[in-house]
Ligand binder design. Structure first.
Ligand code: AMP
Ligand code: ZN
Length: 133
């Protein structure tokens, strides 16, 4: 499979690897949205979180906590965004499941996730019924 993250995992192309174990690998994101921007990827290929193995996901979240604390401590980050994109609609560009750790130093950095309030335009009851029935 022609997957850039599988190539980093298999050491076919270089990556600035900051963590590795039997299940997953973490390396610096090339784009460095903020200093220390890191990706955690499973060693087995899954396209995204919704397709990944439950135990692998649980393990990766533990690694996210450990690495997140390391980034806060070593880089003096004041906060962090932990996120994963699923499919192109949500901004996924590499189809190998990955968790972004994006350390935050101030509120004016090059990452913007805004939550628009649409509560006056939609019905919570209708949406709830669609999900639950
Ligand atoms: P996403 O948009 O959630 O799929 O994120 C993919 C991320 O992978 C982007 O932030 C890219 O900067 C990053 N990326 C792509 N290729 C590489 C690479 N060879 N090494 C490190 N990061 C990469
Ligand atoms: Zn892959």
């Amino acid at each position: 499979m022609d997957c850039i993250f599988c190539k980093i995992i298999n050491k076919e192309i270089p990556g600035k690897i900051v963590y590795e174990d039997d299940v997953c690998l973490a390396f610096l994101d090339l784009s460095q949205v903020t200093d220390g921007h890191t990706l955690i990827v499973p060693k087995s290929h899954f396209d995204n979180l919704l397709e990944a193995d439950d135990e692998v996901i649980a393990h990766m979240l533990k690694v996210a906590k450990k690495l997140g604390n390391q980034l806060v401590e070593k880089l003096n980050a004041k906060g962090m965004n932990v996120l994963t994109n699923i499919n192109e609609t949500a901004g996924q560009t590499v189809k190998h499941f990955h968790i972004h750790l994006i350390p935050r130093y101030n509120e004016k950095e090059g990452i913007q996730i805004t939550f628009e309030d649409r509560s006056s335009q939609v019905s919570l009851d209708e949406i709830y019924d669609k999900i639950m029935k």
